[in-house]
Ligand binder design. Structure first.
Ligand code: PLP
Length: 375
């Protein structure tokens, strides 16, 4: 069976983990956390990046830092992972789901304004498949209505919008280093705090409500409990795993892109014939080959396609049942306007195996089996 995903492994991970273990400093903010943070900040030109235990906890931090008051609303897509929504609920906000664009599966920037009320406080832009949302339009709306922008860039590490790395554009950006993402540390993530007004508070929130980060920088001579907080530090053992990946970041990127381009070449003729649809990458976006998906006619055809792939040894998957139709989505939110594309497009989408190290032989098999379905 060809797996849908295998976590990235470059070969240096065990050596770095060993170094971490024998340094006897395996808690958070150790040597490897620092190395990862420096690398990420430099590579993406981020002012302040903090490693966290997951993208979900980075989203939690963004929501808590936003200080929502009862009745405040957050606009987000319904076609996303539960974390995007549940973090905002944890932060105290009501959810307002807005429709997506069928070409990128991202928030339709032209429908956002209609979802704004006097209670709206923030927009969560989810960069699906590592393809950017229309950030100029979203930032313009946010400025005009005085809203915060939280980028859920869980899938967008190494992607950019008009030359700007995803995660660095909004007030907050959130990365995931889960085993299913392009770069991994098992479980882990990062928050990028791009708005200076929140930088110090973010450190305190992450460090159990203390000013320990300031203490480590020598800015205060003892550290103390200064505000409420939580613990979002990832273990340095996990950071050691991530550091090995970051040292091979371009190799991982290129390898995934090779798979993406092979798939693209193989499936383009079917798209030209109008038989399937492929994901669209707007000119101004550089993506990271996080995902390759195709869209079939409808749910029924997709179900047959997945069964066909499985019976021929290939694991193809769909995901995201729209959140507004899920029990918690109905409880905590509402869909604004008409669901023109969210449900329809999510029913048709299927993802093909995509991971670092997928062999040419396996890629060819995935393509053969898939093309066979359309004969
Ligand atoms: C994976 C993912 C998350 C959650 O990431 P974790 O690191 O597992 O918490 C959140 N949002 C999106 C869009 C994701 O794809």
């Amino acid at each position: 069976m060809i797996s849908f995903n295998i976590p990235p492994f470059t070969g240096d991970e065990l050596e770095y983990i060993k170094q971490s273990v024998f340094s006897h400093k395996i808690s958070g903010d150790g040597k490897f956390t620092k190395l990862c943070t420096e690398w990420l900040e430099k590579r993406f030109g981020a002012q302040k990046l903090l490693l966290t235990t997951s993208c979900t906890s980075a989203l939690d931090m963004s929501a808590i830092l936003s200080s929502f008051k009862p009745g405040d609303e957050v606009i987000l897509p319904s076609y996303t992972f539960s974390s995007t929504a549940t973090s905002m609920v944890l932060g105290g906000a009501n959810l307002v789901f807005s429709d997506i664009r069928p070409d990128t599966m991202n928030l339709d920037e032209n429908k956002i304004e209609a979802a704004i009320t006097e209670h709206t406080r923030a927009i969560v832009a989810v960069h699906y498949a590592g393809v950017a949302c229309e950030m100029d339009a979203i930032m313009d709306i946010a400025r005009r209505y005085n809203l915060l922008v939280i980028e859920d860039a869980a899938q967008g590490v190494m992607s950019s919008y008009k030359g700007r790395p995803l995660g660095t554009i909004g007030d907050f950006g959130c990365y995931s280093f889960h085993e299913t993402k392009n770069y991994s540390m098992g479980e882990g993530g990062a928050i990028l705090v791009n708005n200076e007004a929140y930088m110090e508070r973010a450190e305190i929130l992450r460090e159990k409500g203390t000013n320990r980060s300031k203490f480590f920088r020598g800015e205060v001579d003892k550290y103390t409990w200064v505000d409420f907080g939580d613990s979002y530090l990832a273990s340095d053992i996990n950071a050691a795993y991530l550091y090995a990946q970051l040292m091979h970041a371009d190799e991982i990127y290129d390898d995934r892109m090779t798979t993406y381009n092979d798939y693209l070449e193989a499936f383009s003729p079917l798209e030209k014939k109008g038989r399937i649809e492929l994901q669209k990458i707007p000119d101004y976006c550089v993506h990271n080959a996080h995902m390759f998906y195709i869209k079939l006619r409808d749910l029924e055809e997709r179900t047959r396609f997945i069964a066909h792939m499985k019976s021929n040894g290939v694991c193809a998957v769909f995901h995201y049942v729209p959140l507004h139709s899920a029990p918690a989505g109905r409880k905590f939110g509402r869909f604004n306007g008409i669901d023109e594309f969210t449900t329809r497009e999510s029913d048709r989408l299927v993802r093909l195996p995509m991971y670092f190290g997928l062999t040419a032989e396996d890629r060819a098999k995935v393509i053969d089996v898939a093309l066979d379905f359309f004969k």
